[in-house]
Design a protein around this ligand. Structure first.
Ligand code: PEP
Ligand code: MG
Length: 590
């Protein structure tokens, strides 16, 4: 994977996901877990290894009981009882006796014995054609990983909130919840082995303005803490031990970037209007209420997507109605009269709650996610709907549902919302009775039934990150198939066009809040397809506006007409690139 070796300099190529250059010492976290090397025991060591096994089981049991206690207290007995299955694993004779036998008979070390038995048992369970047993496989994986960590004495995870020194964090993977915790003062940038442009970790990096590279395949294996490196979030590279020449070249790149930033600053206070006078609304995606100030500073006209799930992660219990109300109201009143579009909880996929013991799923992105989760966890959903309604009295709040896959879900969600309105009315709690409600269009099925959905909402927001993954059957997290994740695929463009036409036929506005809206290459295409509004990370707003102000709607429409008629994603992408390069060449100088 190291691409260039030059006087000790080593370059690793990945996928650029968050702009910026940084340099500093590397801190490698969370190496991928590999098989523990086997060790042959002497007869005298056997008893000691058996005792270590017993201790590791005892320690794990205590840990699981502690987690169960916390979950039961904070979330409820039902969720707490999920851990009963974990406790049962710790009493499973197949697991214990199997490991004991290997230690006694083959005289292998306890880590190796335990790992061998656990892996073959888990693999056998995962293959069984019985859903209940397959679920046990995931319990088994969780618990056995814990036992193995205890055997290996792996320390508790590093506290990413409080690092002592500045560093570039390298990890096999960083979950979105871990990314949200990064100590902004000390983390100069980060890089991961896996992931792609639209994984939530990448989205979070852009929000936090942290330079980042993902999809580096084996960087966390190859790099060592303490090495000096340069991370280039524009081009997606990490250079370890950069030479003076490289540092000099990067000095120039940083200067070019500073010049571009200056140009971009000039458009912050200007409207997003094309040269031939077509107005595009430009809003921002945020993850927390406190970002409202950054939204204004970026020159956005409000919040087009408030990802509320970040209020729910990294804590012991989900926030209640009052706490959520305070957060939503903070954003709404800070930006009033500009809109704040609050998306209801989109948990699942790569965003998991530490406070809710949601069972591991084989296909989390196709699983118990977003609106599906909320419609079954009515208490959590109801608290959020009430909080959003209450915040609507404090500013221009709009609400939207994620992952709608058909009319039934939209109707159910709207029915619950209507019940919440009735409750608040009966309690004399103020809210805006005309608060707009929208649906995200991020599944192909929603796009195809957009006509029906459009009759029941006031706006659509195209979640292209998911729309692409579900339409093309390409996992948005998987760097191995990132080349198949093509925003300019004709199937995507036709679904967008179909959605826009259905919406406009019912006077419903259409926004795009997926990453396509912040990528200059696809902006003219979206606008040409008739999208009314774009919503992107605050760090990307200025460049989108800069481009919109330098292009014509007439050429964007021509581009869209060409694209709708073209069969090749790469030809469409090349045309998009050509237009943007012509209109705003400075955006490509990095
Ligand atoms: C999307 O899918 O495009 C979207 C905006 O939602 P998220 O990235 O949070 O899934
Ligand atoms: Mg989505």
């Amino acid at each position: 994977m190291a691409e260039r070796l030059h006087a000790g300099e080593q370059t690793f190529h990945g996928i650029p996901v968050s702009a910026g250059v940084c340099r500093g010492k590397i801190l490698v976290l969370d190496k991928p877990r590999h098989a523990v090397p086997p060790r042959q025991l002497s007869d005298a060591e056997v008893a000691g290894e058996l005792e270590r096994l017993e201790n590791a089981f005892r320690q794990t049991r205590q840990q699981v009981l502690e987690v169960q206690r916390k979950v039961t207290e904070n979330v409820g007995a039902e969720q707490g009882s999920i851990f009963d299955a974990h406790l049962l694993v710790l009493e499973d004779p197949v697991l214990i006796d199997g490991a004991v036998r290997l230690i006694r008979e083959q005289k292998v070390n306890v880590e190796q014995a335990f790992q061998t038995v656990a892996e073959s048992y888990t693999a056998a369970l995962a293959k069984v054609d019985d859903e209940y047993l397959r679920e046990r496989a995931s319990d088994m994986r969780d618990v056995t990983a814990r036992v193995l960590n205890n055997l290996l004495g792996r320390a508790e995870e590093l506290d990413l909130r409080h690092l002592k020194e500045t560093c570039i964090v390298i990890a096999h993977d960083l979950t979105p919840s871990k990314t949200a915790l990064l100590d902004r003062e000390h983390v100069l940038g980060f890089a991961t082995d896996i992931g792609s442009r639209t994984s939530h970790t990448a989205i979070m990096a852009r929000s936090l303005h942290i330079p980042a590279v993902v999809g580096l395949k084996n960087a966390s294996e190859a790099l060592k803490s303490g090495q000096f490196a340069l991370l280039d979030g524009f081009n997606g590279v990490i250079i370890v031990n950069p030479t003076d020449q490289t540092l000099f070249e990067y000095g120039q790149l940083i200067r070019r970037h500073a010049t571009l930033e200056e140009k971009l600053r000039e458009v912050v206070g200007q409207p997003a209007v094309t040269l031939d006078n077509h107005r595009v609304s430009l809003l921002a995606n945020v993850e927390q209420a406190g970002d409202a100030e950054a939204v204004r500073a970026a020159g956005a006209e409000g919040i087009g997507l408030f990802r509320t799930e970040y209020l729910f992660i990294n804590r012991d219990a989900p926030p209640g109605e009052e706490e959520q109300f305070q957060a939503y109201r903070q954003a709404a009143s800070a930006l009033r009269p500009q809109p704040v579009i609050i998306r209801t909880l989109d948990l699942g996929g790569d965003k998991l709650l530490s406070s809710l013991a949601v069972p591991t799923e084989l296909n989390p992105f196709l699983g118990w996610r977003a609106i599906r989760f909320c419609l079954q966890q009515v208490d959590i959903f109801r608290a959020q709907l009430r909080a959003i309604l209450r915040a609507s009295a404090e500013g221009n709040v709009k609400l939207m549902y994620p992952m709608i896959s058909g009319l039934e879900e939209l109707n159910q969600a709207n029915a619950l919302l209507s019940r919440c309105r009735d409750e608040l009315r009966a309690e004399n709690v103020p809210f805006n009775d005309r608060m707009e409600v929208g649906a995200m269009i991020e599944t192909p099925s929603a796009a195809l039934v957009a006509n029906s959905l459009a009759r029941r909402v006031q706006f659509f927001s195209l979640g292209t990150n998911d729309l692409i993954q579900y339409t093309l059957a390409v996992d948005r997290m998987n760097e191995k198939i990132a080349h198949l994740y093509e925003p300019t695929h004709p199937a995507i463009l036709r679904l967008i066009k179909h959605t826009v036409d259905a919406a406009h036929a019912h006077q419903v506005r259409v926004s795009v809040c997926g990453e396509m809206a912040g990528d200059p290459v696809t902006v003219p295409l979206l606008v040409g397809l008739g999208v009314d509004e774009l919503s992107a990370a605050t760090s990307l707003i200025a460049q989108v506006k800069y481009l919109v102000r330098r292009m014509k709607i007439s050429e964007a429409r021509e581009l869209a007409a060409f694209a709708l008629d073209c069969e090749s994603p790469s030809e469409i992408a090349a045309r998009c690139q050509e237009l943007v390069q012509r209109a705003a060449p400075s955006l490509f100088e990095m």
